[in-house]
Design a protein around this ligand. Structure first.
Ligand code: 26W
Length: 799
């Protein structure tokens, strides 16, 4: 619908009035006196006010329908303001309103802290999914924990990672709305607490529907104990309160290494029990006092095993609180839950000591025991051997195996990319796959084109919209396919390259501001941004950079493509070797950038505190996307899709969703190297990285730089540890388990091929363009439609 000039003026004027109102009410000031932060607060409230009625109406509309609930310990949401302004079609008017008030929207935007309630891929996927559900008008609610401190803030001090608390909402956070009236009680054997929800609105693009992310905080179930207080035992009273606050204090900064911490399972039970109680209460409110039809109306997706304790908890709610008989309750439970696996790394598999369960919730443990017994007798009657049953049962070796429990208690199990699902079916979960093949399916991940193209790259978005004659691609990314033929139109390619240049310049400015390093926007931007983990092989990238450095020192006059290598990564605070790799990269930064000769041909940058907001600047500026995990170990990857969407080519192994990226763009438009997953079993038998070290030209020099004084970890022992891990291994681990030296030569070679491709300016632009136009399948809208149709069986409803 065409808007008239008057109505556009009036939306802008209305925004100005509201901002002024919220500044007066919130800060008791005239708007001219407001700080940037107060303006951000007021504009955000303006947006919340605008969608409030729609939000309520959406909940009402969904309440009687079949719904899905996305249970996740992590939601890596990032900022909300601009995303919501774009989704609600308010961006231009808000920008005009702010500038009429003498400010700048860009500056106000910078006031917002990221909601970093997640570690990495799994948490960001959850956030993309919510965006797609809202955009598709699907009745899906997210449930999680309102961590007081999100993922730590990373500083680099003398090259080392330092962690600081992320105080994202201490000064006020207008996007979270408290719902005190919905609090529920959570019982542990040693503690009772209240769970109180706050709701975060999830807007969709071009729809009035507003979905909900419901996040729980813990509060004392008893009022402050005045007896303790009056008997001078103030400390005891405070300690009790701390035990409650501990539950939602902090997000565990681990991904892929599981820790058997009592507090973590307390957190898991806390949000899962609260969420199930919430769903049950609403169910009864709209369907009468019966739960017999619960599974007809609800599906609960478990984002990995972190919320898998929901399976015994729903059994407890049904059998103990609602007197349902066991068999009926089991049928309902099994038809309610669906489990997504996000990694095959065995160190990530949650296995909890049964002692923890017996201490925290005896009752629930008895239920798990009964589930376990039932599983064993079912398998017996299927004729499975005892030792096999021992291996597969939810309880074993003194532990509750959460993945085993999730598989048994769910109607669906899915992997997150074709290759990953294949590996699950044929190896990791093969025994269960043989028992219930039809429970298994693949749902390849996706990313939201709203945040990861429309909002973070308005320049490219405008070009795509102009070329297509409409902006339908924003909600139907497959539309971009129609632009692929323009690869042969030099004028379009020039426009695309000009936009890439603008985005590179923006990143140059950002990096100069945050890291003090000046990059040349005409150099090739080669970016690896993701959590730091050995299997992701940032170390392979680092060694190849060292090799290039030495090569330049040897022959400084050889003609070369000028390169900027950019890293961003957080390491789990207790992951010593990952922190060593961060230190190593930072030492390489100093070595290279301070070298008068090398620094003319290459630069290296470590962008500290990599998060969603810096990602929004980094992805659009890349020429090359580094996706170099050891084949078979990256379940999917989603950063690879964000690069593709913004027109970077993948430089990667044949792993995770890279396989499907190649399938979409063709072998000419991606740079794939390295050993394939199917070859590893044989290689493992004879692989000795010392051979590569001794025989591959230049490799010894690069590896030795770790320990020969070229690079210095200031006595921390980190580089020696890395060196040893590559060549000798440890008591618990063989040498180079991630095959870094094994893939080195091929990696270096494919970097050379990439350089050649980059020299052909137009040819390279074409490859990037084809990546953009082929990215349709990687929209999280596609992924969510598959979940909705195949697993959740839900339909959309517009308010
Ligand atoms: C218990 C500690 C812990 C915490 C988080 C173990 C495992 C996790 C996650 C499963 C790790 C994770 O984020 N996995 C990533 O999930 C993404 C979304 O599916 C995939 O794209 C990544 O490949 C996968 O590593």
């Amino acid at each position: 619908m065409e808007k008239s000039i008057e109505s556009e003026l009036s939306q802008k004027d209305e925004i100005i009035d509201k901002i002024k109102l919220f500044i007066r009410a919130g800060s008791a000031k005239r708007s001219e006196q407001a700080t940037e932060f107060e303006k951000w607060m007021a504009l955000s409230r303006t947006v919340v006010e605008r969608m409030a009625t729609n939000w309520q109406d959406t909940r009402t509309t969904y309440s009687t329908m079949r719904q899905a609930h996305y249970f996740s310990a992590e939601f890596l949401v990032g900022r909300s303001l601009v995303n919501n302004l774009v989704n609600l079609g308010m961006f231009e008017d808000a920008k005009a309103a702010i500038s009429e008030m003498g400010g700048s929207l860009a500056e106000i935007e910078e006031q917002e802290n990221d909601a970093a309630l997640g570690n990495g891929g799994l948490g960001r996927l959850a956030a993309c999914f919510l965006d797609s559900c809202a955009t598709l008008n699907l009745p899906v609610t997210g449930y999680g924990i309102m961590y007081r401190f999100g993922l730590f803030r990373q500083e680099i001090e003398y090259g080392f990672q330092k962690e600081y608390p992320d105080t994202w909402k201490e000064k006020g956070y207008p996007w979270l709305i408290r719902r005190d009236e919905l609090r529920v009680k959570i019982h542990y054997d040693d503690l009772d607490v209240f769970a109180t929800p706050s709701d975060l609105p999830i807007t969709g693009y071009g729809t009035n529907n507003v979905n909900t992310l419901r996040l729980w905080r813990a509060e004392p179930a008893q009022e402050f104990d005045f007896n303790l207080f009056n008997s001078q035992r103030f400390d005891a009273a405070v300690i009790e309160r701390n035990r409650v606050n501990d539950i939602w204090r902090v997000l565990y900064p681990n991904d892929t290494t599981y820790e058997g911490k009592v507090l973590r399972i307390r957190q898991q039970y806390f949000f899962v029990s609260a969420s199930l109680q919430d769903i049950v209460r609403e169910h009864k409110a709209f369907h009468g006092d019966t739960l017999g039809n619960f599974a007809q109306f609800h599906s609960v997706q478990l984002n990995d095993t972190h919320p898998a304790i929901g399976i015994p908890e729903l059994m407890r709610i049904l059998t103990q609180e609602n007197n349902m008989d066991w068999d009926q309750a089991w049928l309902i439970t099994k038809n309610t839950f669906a489990y997504t696996n996000h990694t095959i790394l065995s160190e990530a598999l949650e296995k909890w000591d049964i002692g923890i369960f017996q201490y925290l919730f005896k009752d629930l443990y008895h239920i798990i025991e009964r589930i376990n017994d039932q599983f064993r007798s079912e398998m017996s009657s299927l004729g499975l051997a005892q030792d096999k049953i021992d291996m597969l049962s939810p309880i074993g070796e003194g532990k509750v195996r959460m993945a085993w429990l999730a598989i048994y208690g769910s109607y669906s199990i899915n992997g997150v990319a074709k290759l990953h699902t294949q590996i699950l079916e044929s190896h990791t979960l093969n025994a269960w796959y043989k028992i219930w093949p039809s429970k298994f399916s693949n749902k390849t991940n996706g990313v939201t084109p709203r945040r990861w193209l429309r909002t973070c790259n308005p320049e490219l978005s405008a070009l795509l919209t102009q070329l297509l004659g409409n902006d339908k691609w924003i909600t139907n990314l497959e539309e971009l396919k129609k632009l692929q033929h323009l690869e042969s139109d030099p004028a379009v390619m020039e426009k695309f390259m000009a936009i890439k240049q603008v985005k590179k310049q923006q990143l140059v400015d950002f990096i100069y501001k945050t890291e003090g390093i000046k990059l040349d926007p005409n150099s090739l931007f080669d970016i690896q941004i993701k959590r730091l983990h050995e299997y992701k092989r940032q170390l392979l990238n680092a060694l190849s950079i060292l090799d290039l450095y030495f090569d330049i020192k040897d022959s400084p006059d050889k003609p070369r493509v000028m390169r900027s290598f950019i890293f961003g990564a957080k390491a789990a605070p207790g992951y010593f070797r990952a922190k060593g790799i961060i230190k190593l990269i930072n030492e390489i930064v100093n070595l290279v950038n301070n070298d008068p000769i090398a620094s003319k041909l290459m630069k290296v940058v470590f962008v500290h505190n990599y998060n969603v907001s810096s990602a929004e600047i980094l992805f659009p500026a890349a020429d090359v996307s580094e996706q170099i995990s050891t084949a078979g170990l990256e379940a999917s990857g989603t950063g690879n899709m964000k690069f593709m969407l913004n027109g970077a080519v993948t430089h990667g192994t044949y792993d995770g969703a890279n396989v499907e990226i190649v399938e979409a763009v063709g072998w000419d438009n991606a740079f794939i190297f390295g050993e394939r997953v199917e070859n590893f079993p044989a290689i493992r038998g004879y692989y000795n990285p010392r051979w590569q070290y001794e025989n591959i030209p230049g490799l010894k020099r690069a590896v030795d730089a770790l320990v020969d004084g070229t690079l210095n970890d200031q006595g921390a022992g980190m580089f020696q540890d890395i060196f040893n891990s590559l060549l000798y291994g440890t008591i618990v681990q063989e040498a180079d388990v991630y095959y870094i030296l094994g893939d080195f030569a091929d990696y270096r070679n494919s970097r050379k091929i990439l350089d050649q491709a980059y020299l052909d300016r137009m040819g390279f632009a074409r490859k990037c363009w084809i990546n953009i136009c082929s990215s349709g399948v990687f929209s999280s809208d596609r992924t969510i439609m598959e979940y909705a149709n195949d697993l959740w069986k839900i339909t959309s409803a517009k308010i």
